[in-house]
Write a protein that binds this ligand. Sequence first.
Ligand code: IPE
Ligand code: IPE
Ligand code: MG
Length: 238
Amino acid sequence: MNVPQHIAIILDGNGRWAKLKGMPRNYGHAQGSKNVEKICEVAYKMGVKYLTVYAFSTENWKRPQSEVDALMTLLRNYMKTCLKTAEKNRMKVRVIGDKTRLDDDIRTRIEELEEASKNNDGLNFQIAINYGSRDEMVRAMRKMMKDCEAGKITSDEVTEEVFESYLDTHGIPDPDLLIRTSGELRLSNYLLWQLAYTEFYFTDVPWPDFTKEELEKAIMQYNNRDRRYGKIKEEEDV
Ligand code: IPE
Ligand code: IPE
Ligand code: MG
């Protein structure tokens, strides 16, 4: 079986999952966060090299304040847990998104986590926090224009590769497979540039119920696709 090098996940459905159980939405987020840990380990054991998860979008600030607060508390705690997991699993963690809007203590924890794990040679784990693809591209454009004003680059020199180097995901290969859980069939402002040729997999399973078996199903379906630029089928035929 051909295991995708890079899997991106829109982990959706925490709230609905909890509601079905008669529990508050935040319980769903807590369970969802635990599941991220599990899937990281499972994915790495299966041979996945890069995993990028959508934890909080630029649009998620519009949720009720109590939910935003709960999500931030969860992220705060998650950063701590992740520091330990990263050490144990040799995971290299990078946070993508606009960190400037996050509380100082969360930013400090992110920096600590990125610094402590930067030389690890296990799974490359990207967490998208306050991430929106349009916002990422606008920030990239701003940085590029500043470099242009400073005489570091001219407009003629701007290529796809140069533009990419200004994105939060610079240096990370594009995802081979995108998974969205819980039945929604949209991208919700996730990795619009990077997903140009990615295979999409949608499942009705809500994120807290997304297990190793579900991941295997997604990878199996990915293997049955005829990827124009990924050559999965051809590789299998050889
Ligand atoms: C995904 O679950 C997690 C985040 C967006 C933070 P949701 O909170 O979107 O759960 P549903 O989609 O409302 O069920
Ligand atoms: C996308 O899920 C964002 C994250 C998973 C963090 P949402 O549940 O917020 O997306 P929409 O609002 O339904 O499009
Ligand atoms: Mg949702």
